[in-house]
Design a protein around this ligand. Structure first.
Ligand code: WQD
Length: 361
């Protein structure tokens, strides 16, 4: 695979691509938005990859395109991490060096309506996975956590370090904190567990090739996919939730992080695991907060389109401002975000324009 934007991502793999002994990593939820982008980088860096995914919120087409972008194949097991037999198939006859655990429900609003479903999938599902890891003597794990464990940090609290108070304000965030605490207890009770939990702020964007991206089922809950669908005409308008926040333009502030930067954060975490004793948590963010209106301006720059927007009241549960202090990940994981808001919007627009109906098109 030569030339074109996709080569940039593969070239970023650098010498690791050839130097790494062929080690296998199991990726749960690997067909999803962050999972698929991470699988591209894993394959490019020389990892062998097995994906287990129940396809409840993702498409097998994403995995076909991952293989196309990486120029390598992966192993796919369709199944739920709650299904012990599916996990046995995924671990196969051994050779798995580590697990990256993405598989989870992740919609804040849905979690308020169906908390038991969220605890079942996100907490019980992780227990099922950990038991399978123990059966196969695999004790290296990167866990997909979230900045929602911080809840609403309140005025003046940002940028948020990992030591910030943990006050999730919805069942989704509670399940992520519950798993983080469970992982710490496990690592304290048994030798040899090496676990890193990565707290993502606001992942957004798409692979620069435009071949994989965010493909939410139904109406998008999040700002970037909502703005992109409004720009491409798939949505009649974007609803702006709240213009009376105490911020520079009245709209809420978040730390939008390019999904390829999120993906490379997982590779740095994997590389770090051998040196980890027990369990630690790291923020993945840019360290910069931007407002909703600033995002809409960036979407306009990227798409050349006006975004039909309707200004509405605040969305329940939203915080005024949430952005990261990512310095610990910079120090310990040798990771910092390399892409900014304009890269996010340019790549998300390329994906949206080429795939107006997502993978279904
Ligand atoms: C961002 C801002 C909205 C949509 C959530 C989860 C978090 C993570 C990312 C999983 C807010 C405003 C949004 C819209 C809008 N997911 N907005 N119109 O709520 O910061 O974080 O997604 O880990 O855990 O909590 O992201 O993109 O939904 O909202 O005005 O149509 O955009 O009010 O201010 P959020 P978001």
């Amino acid at each position: 695979m030569t030339g074109g934007p996709e080569a940039a991502s593969l070239a970023a793999a650098g010498p690791n691509r050839l130097a790494r002994m062929a080690e296998r990593v199991l990726v749960t939820g690997g067909a999803g938005f962050i999972g698929s982008h991470t699988c591209v980088e894993l394959l490019a860096a020389g990892w062998d990859v097995t994906v287990i995914d129940d396809l409840s919120n993702s498409s097998p087409e994403a995995l076909r395109r991952v293989e196309e972008l990486a120029g390598r194949s992966l192993r796919f097991v369709e199944g739920d991490v709650l299904d012990e037999a599916a996990l046995e198939r995924a671990f196969g006859d051994g050779g798995c060096a580590a697990v990256i655990h993405f598989a989870a429900k992740k919609a804040v609003g849905e979690s308020c309506v169906d908390p038991l479903g969220y605890y079942r999938t996100n907490v019980a599902g992780t227990i099922s996975l950990l038991r399978a890891m123990r059966r196969h003597d695999v004790r290296r794990l990167v866990f997909s956590s979230s900045a929602t464990v911080y809840g609403d940090p309140g005025p003046g609290a940002c940028p948020l370090a990992e030591s910030a108070p943990l006050r999730p304000s919805n069942p989704y965030g509670q399940t992520k904190l519950c798993v983080e605490r469970m992982l710490r207890d496990l690592a304290a009770s048994e030798e040899d567990w090496r676990i890193l939990s990565l707290r993502y702020f606001n992942p957004a964007g798409a692979h620069p090739s435009g071949r994989i991206g965010e493909d939410p089922r139904g109406l998008p809950e999040n700002l970037l996919p909502g703005a992109m669908q409004a720009a491409v005409g798939r949505l009649p308008e974007l609803r702006v939730f709240g213009t009376d926040y105490p911020t520079r333009d009245g709209t809420a502030i978040r730390d939008y992080l390019h999904v390829v930067d999120v993906a490379t954060g997982h590779l740095r975490a994997l590389d770090r695991l051998p040196a980890v004793n027990g369990c630690s948590e790291y923020n993945l963010g840019t360290g910069r907060g931007v407002t909703v209106f600033e995002v809409l301006e960036a979407v306009k720059r990227a798409s050349g389109r006006e975004i039909p927007a309707v200004l509405e009241g605040r969305r329940q549960g939203d915080a005024t401002e949430v952005w990261a202090d990512p310095s610990l990940a910079g120090r310990d994981l040798d990771w910092t975000a390399e892409r900014g808001l304009d890269d996010i919007c340019a790549d998300a627009w390329r994906w949206q324009k080429a795939n107006p109906e997502g993978y279904g098109s």
